[in-house]
Design a protein around this ligand. Structure first.
Ligand code: PEP
Ligand code: MG
Length: 325
C-alpha cells in the first residue's frame, strides 16, 4: 500500500449507492501476512497453499503446514481467511516431485485432479488446516473443479478428516465453510448444482478466462489478446453471480481481474461483493469503489452485454462512465 492511499486505508469500501464491498488479499507466504494490516484489507480471499510447497526444499511436514496456516489465521484476527487446497501441476511444479510430462499441463493432471487420484497428500493438508483452525472459523476451497462430483468427493475427504480429529479429541473449528473455486467454464454451467453443495463460490478469473478464450495465460503472444471486459466474458461472469445470488451463496472473484480498478468496478456492477487481489490493488480499487455508483454503471453496461454484441470490449464505455462521474 503506497502513501497515496493511506487516507482511505481504514475506510470501508462502500459504493456511493451503498454497496459494501469486501476487498481482500491474495497471499501464500509468511512475508505476505503483515500486508493485511498495512493495506487495511478485509481478510485473505485466496491463500495459495502451494507456495509453501514450492519454496521448500522438501515436502513441508504436517507441523510446518499447520504452523503457517495458524499464523495466517492469527494475523487476520477477526477477518476471514480462505485457504485454497494445493493447486499443483500446470504452472506450479515442485522440485522434489517427479514431473509428469504432459502435452497440455494447464488442462492436465493438476490441482483437485491430483488430490482425488492420490488423496493422501490432500488428506494430510486438510488435517493441518483443521488443526490450525481449532476454535476458529475455517474456510477452505478446492481449485480447478470441473464437475460437481469432484467437489462432493473432495468435501467427503474433508469430513473424514474432521471425524478423525474429533475421535482423537482435538479441538475443532467453531465454524467450517467449504467452498469452490470456479475456474472452469463447465462448472459455470452447473451453477445451481454446485451451489447445493458448496458454501461459497470464488471465481478464479485467471484460469476461467484462459479456458473461456482458449488462450494460454502464460504465453505472452496470446495472454492479453482477449479483454476480460469482452461482453462474452462479462456475460459468463454475470451468469455466475446471478446463479450464486439466486441460490443464496456469496460470489467472490480472486483472479488478477479483481485488482484492476476498471475491471473491479465492472465486476461490482455485475453483482460481485467480494474481490481478492495482490496488495498493490487494494488502494486503487478501494478508491474506485468509493467513487462508484454501481447501479448506474450496471444500467450503462447491461445493454452491451448481450449475446448479439459485436463489441470486443466494454472498456471504453466503462472509462467514459468514470470520466463523466
Ligand atoms: C485464478 O485462476 O484466477 C486464480 C486466482 O488462481 P491461480 O492464479 O493461482 O491459478
Ligand atoms: Mg487458478
Amino acid at each position: 500500500m503506497t502513501r497515496a492511499y493511506d487516507a482511505i486505508r481504514l475506510q470501508r469500501a462502500v459504493t456511493k449507492d451503498g454497496r459494501k464491498i469486501s476487498l481482500q488479499l491474495n497471499a501464500g507466504l509468511l512475508v505476505d501476512l503483515p500486508q493485511i494490516e498495512l493495506s487495511g484489507a478485509d481478510g485473505i480471499g485466496l491463500f495459495r497453499t502451494e507456495f509453501q510447497f514450492m519454496v521448500s526444499e522438501f515436502m513441508p511436514k504436517l507441523a510446518e503446514q499447520t504452523e503457517l496456516y495458524r499464523q495466517a489465521l492469527e494475523a487476520a484476527g477477526d477477518r476471514p481467511v480462505t485457504f485454497r487446497t494445493l493447486d499443483l501441476g500446470g504452472d506450479k511444479i515442485l522440485p522434489y516431485m517427479d514431473p509428469v510430462p504432459e502435452e497440455n499441463p494447464a488442462i492436465g493432471w493438476r490441482a483437485i485432479r491430483i488430490a482425488l487420484d492420490r488423496p493422501g497428500l490432500m488428506r494430510y493438508q486438510l488435517r493441518a488446516l483443521i488443526a490450525a483452525g481449532a476454535k476458529r472459523n475455517l474456510r477452505v476451497m478446492f481449485p480447478m473443479v470441473a464437475t460437481v462430483d469432484e467437489f462432493v468427493e473432495a468435501r467427503a475427504l474433508f469430513d473424514i478428516e474432521v471425524k478423525r480429529a474429533s475421535k482423537l479429541g482435538q479441538d475443532l473449528p467453531h465454524k467450517i465453510e467449504i467452498g469452490v473455486m470456479l475456474e472452469t467454464p463447465s462448472l459455470a454451467w452447473q451453477i445451481n448444482a454446485i451451489c447445493d453443495h458448496a458454501d461459497f463460490v470464488s471465481v478464479g478469473a485467471n484460469d476461467l478466462m484462459q479456458f473461456f478464450f482458449a488462450a494460454d495465460r502464460d504465453n505472452a503472444r496470446v495472454a492479453d489478446r482477449y479483454d476480460p471486459l469482452h461482453p462474452a466474458a462479462l456475460s459468463i461472469m454475470k451468469f455466475i453471480s446471478d446463479g450464486c445470488r439466486k441460490n443464496g451463496k456469496s460470489a467472490a472473484v480472486c483472479g488478477a481481474m479483481a485488482s484492476r480498478p476498471l475491471e473491479a468496478i465492472t465486476l461490482i456492477a455485475l453483482g460481485y461483493d467480494s474481490l481478492s487481489m495482490p496488495v498493490t490493488g487494494i488502494g486503487p480499487v478501494k478508491s474506485a469503489v468509493l467513487a462508484l455508483d454501481a447501479e448506474k454503471l450496471r444500467a450503462r453496461i447491461a445493454p452491451l452485454i448481450t449475446l448479439q454484441s459485436r463489441l470486443s470490449t466494454v472498456r471504453d464505455e466503462v472509462k467514459a462512465f468514470c470520466m463523466e462521474e
